[in-house]
Structure formats: structure tokens, C-alpha cells
Design a protein around this ligand. Sequence first.
Ligand SMILES: [Zn+2]
Length: 657
Amino acid sequence: MHTIDLLLSHATVVTMDEHGTILHDGAVAVHGDIIIAIDSTAALTARYQAAHTIDCQGCAITPGLINAHAHVPMSLLRGVAADLQLDVWLFGYMFPVEARFVTPEFVRTGTLLSCAEMIRGGTTTFVDMYFYEEEVARAADEAGMRAVCGQSVMRLPSPDASSFDIGLERATRFIDAWHTHPRITPTIAPHAPYTCTDEIYAQAVELCKKYGVPLVTHLSETAREVDESRVDRHATPIGYAERVGAFSVPCIAAHCVHATDEDIATLAAKGVGVAPCPTSNLKLASGVAPYLKFLNAGVKTGLGTDGPASNDDQDMFSEIHLAALLPKGLSGDPTAMPAKTAFSLATSSGARAIHQADRIGSLAVGKQADLVVISLGALHNSPTYTYSADAIYNQLVYTCHASDVRDTIIAGRILMRNRELLTLDEQTILRDARRIASEINTFLANREEHLLDKILAISPIQASEIFEIQVKAKIDPSDTHAIRAILGAAPFIINRQNQRTQYDTYFGWNDLAQGRIRLREDHRVDAQGRTPPYYTLTLTEPVKRVEYNAAVQLSRARYTAPAHHTERFYREYFQPNHTITITKERQRIHVTFRDTEFAINIDTITSTPNAGMYVEIKSRTWSQRDATHKAALIGDILQLLGIADNRLIKDEYVDQL
Ligand SMILES: [Zn+2]
């Protein structure tokens, strides 16, 4: 009689091995961190004397579930923002909140919260991508979990690295410190092609080669990302990843929702592991990954939860459930994704996807003892049929919930027994999580109140105080010639002039005290006759006006930022009460008139039918006296141009049209 550490007996053992072996009244013998035997309960109790025996009557024993894509510290951001486009969600909420709140303590607390949830739900291995990844590794190790921990790198400044070189250094130190750990695989994770560069991928690949670790990245998550990649990088994100060498090392690619047929052939040929995230892909409306094409092409396919802010939980049972249903609904074929295949995505196939099939993913002698005991006696998952080998898969996939997991064992160590966590203190974790969340809540509440804070959250801004004296008058197109001729002769001196097309979108609010935001796309004809667009975002606070006979003096605080996103992005992010678009062709003439500089615009409004043409005269001013002086000069200019007082308009286009 051999003495062993642990014997699990009287269970339905679902091995997920290549023969699909299932044992009724089966048992699993564990010694150290290894499975040393799988057989009938009678055979193993006769053979082994176990230090610890767990009776699994009425339960299934399956391999621990593998979450192939997650951002576990983000459990602290669960529920922060939902029902938004990916870019608004990411650039408008996640990045600004992360820039401010992500610290080692945040990462540690969020990871512990996620580990507790995952152990409770039968997940024994996860693949992560985040910042301060050494804290993820440390917390996962303390919890007793198995993890691939990817230190994120990108070209933008991140919470733990002000530039890519610093991120690369962090990743190198992290991998060097952890690469011999038995359960934690440290690595580097270039975030995605659209946030990285060729060089970032190349250096990440070098690091992975040096330490023999897999590369983690996001690829082809949305259709827009693929379209933009074709324009910017002349390849799909997957084609690009191959070009920059990402597939020359074992790669774990999250999502791949929009993989083309050619992409799928590449993924299969290069042995890339893919990790679609059904809930996240649905919630962010990214789409449904081509699960069947992946499997038919032999792509190593797993499943992930993605970050809890886009999911919002880390429940692999619900991911398996969706992966079983979605292909059926899309194909109209109920045989498309059998329950057994769906379950394999989080076990045997998932282990291949994360390049650890030699160690985990199925119950087999010599493999790591990562296993879960699932109760089959609850109201919602009873009764159990045994006449067909496949019946157990139906029960696991279509009726079992995360809360049916009774015991969780990783590397032979019991982390949950009878639903009690043995390595983590749930109350302390919850208390810490609530404290951090309340700080984030206050930050977001304040930000939502002030437009300036909302702009600041997404871009650097330039503030200026504008004092301007200006007037506008409607003119006939036939006047243009005469006006230009007058400006071209004494007493005017033309200093410079240019021509541009301006597309202005104004976002306004019912509460006028909020100010107004203008998104301007400015096409100015340059020296080569081209019209490259410039995009700016300008917040103007409510204007103070002083009226003169011939002009109006405006003073206002103005904040300008470069605009990198689309109009749709800003509209969804700022949520204005109304949007007005004004397009105009502008001839701008800078003149000196009696030693004073004026900008004279001849504008044709093209967005409003019959809005017509205008001449606008403007000058910067600094003082009341200067303004009075310039208002008088503007009166003189108007007279020289032959524009009568009754044609003057003192409102801005956006208020007038
Ligand atoms: Zn992700």
C-alpha cells in the first residue's frame, strides 16, 4: 500500500483526455502537485493510503478551468462604465481612471478580489495582461493560483511606465525575477497593434525568446480595428502581428473576433493560441469570434473573460455556456458546437491555447493536479443521467453554474473546500476593494460635473484668455471682388492670407454655464497646395460681451486640445444636449490698417442652405481703452468697404444660424 497526499473518490471523473475518458464512481490520486493515478474508487482505495481523502459522491471532478484572457486587477473597475463603444470606454474611462488610480496597491487588491472569485468559480489558471504585473504575480502566488502574467507595454504612457523603454525594463526585471516559478509564468504583453509600434513588438519578441515565455497581445477585436489596420499598417492586425514576428514565439492572442480566412490559416500554421471572450465581445458589440472556423482549421482555441469592466465577472461557466450557444444561433445548426467541445475550450483546448497542454487541461497521470469538484445535486442541475457518455457534458455546460463548484485544487493544494476559501480572506479583500472604489467614485462624480475636467481626462490642453473685438456682416457674393480690391490698396496693407475649409461641430448643453465645445477639422491650403486636416477641440466658457456701435468685444476663457478621436467618440463621451455642425470656406486676410492689425475673413457657409456669405473683422484686444479704439477703427473699415450699419451681425455663427 502506497501512501499519498490526497485521494478524491466516488466521483464522475471527466478527464478531458484525448479519448474522452469518463469514469463513474471514479477516483483521482494526487501526490505532491501531480496526479499519480486515475481509476475506479475501488481500485485506488485498494492501492493507496491517503493522508487526506475527499468523498466526491454526487459530484463531477473535472480539470480546473482555464481563463485564457483577463485583466484581473480591473475587478476594481467592475461597473464603472457600460454600454459604450470600445474607444469611448477605453480612452474616455479606463485609461483616465487607470492613469490616476492604478498603483501597486490597486493591482494587488484587484487581483486578490479576482482570484477569490475565480477559485470560487472553478478557474485554476488565468492569463493576465496589466500594469505592475509583479503585484498580480505575487497576489496570484499567495492565492495559490496558476497564471501567465503579462506586463503590458504600449507606446502611450501607462500607469507604471512613462515611456516604452521604462515599460520594457519593468517587463525584463519582472520576467527575470519570476521565470523559474512553478505556477507563475511571467511575460510581456504588447497591448495591441493600435497602441504599439513595430519596435515594441520586435523587442517584446526578443524578450520572450530569451526567457522561453509566451507573448500575450490583443488582436482583431473589432471590425473598426481591422479596417484601420488595413489603412495604417496595410495588413489585418493578425497579418501585422505575423509581420513583426509576434508568431515566431508561442503567442496568446486575445479576441481574434474578426480574423479573416487568411488570418485563420496563419493562426493555425503558426500555432497561435486564440482567446475569444464571448461575454466581452457581445457586451462591447465587437461581434462573435469564428469559433467553428478556428476549430475546423486546427487553431488552438481557448476562452477568456476579458477584464471585469467589460464582462463584468470572471465566471468561466458563463463563457463556456455562451461559446456553446453562439455558434448554434449564428449557423442555424444545433449540432454546430457540441457541449463536449465547448467544455474543452476552457480545459484541454484552452491548455493548448496557452501553450501548457503538457501540464494542465486534462486529468492524466503525470499532469499537474489542477482539478475542481462540482456538485451535481442542486435543484437547477439535477438529475444526472449516465446512459450516454456525453450526458455529463450536457449537465456541465447547460446546467452548472460557478456556484456549483464545491472544491478547488491547484497543484495538489486545496484552495477551496466545501465552498470555503482556504488561502484568501474574503472580508479583508472586500473591505479594501470598497475603499478604493469609493475614491474612484468621487473622482468620476467630480469629473462628470465639469467639462474641463472631462477634456483634461483625455488630452493635454492649452488654456488661454481671449479678448477679441469683432463684427460680422452679410454680403452678396458679387461684393467679394470689390472688398478684395479695397483691401488690396492703401490704406490697407495685406500681411498674409490663406484659404481653408473648416468643419466645426459644436456641442451644447441646456445648462449654458457649462460652456460649449467645438470640434474643428481645419483644412488649410499649405505652400504645396495641399490641405492636410488639423483637428482641435476647444472648450469656450460662457462669453462676456461689451457692445460698441460697430462691433462687439468678447472675452472668454478658452481651452484648446489636439483632437485625436472621431466626432462620434466625442459626442458619446461628452453627451451634449445638442450638436450643431457648421461648414465654411474661409478666405483669411491679415491686414494692417492705421498701424493696427486685423484679421478679415470672407466666409461662405456651406452647411446651411442659403446661409450666404459674410465678411468678418476681428482683432485681439487687451484693455477697455484698446477695445474702444479698435471698435472705432472697425467702424471706419466697414465704411471703406461700403457696408452699412443695418447689415451688421454681432452674434457668432453658431448662435446665429
Ligand atoms: Zn483584454
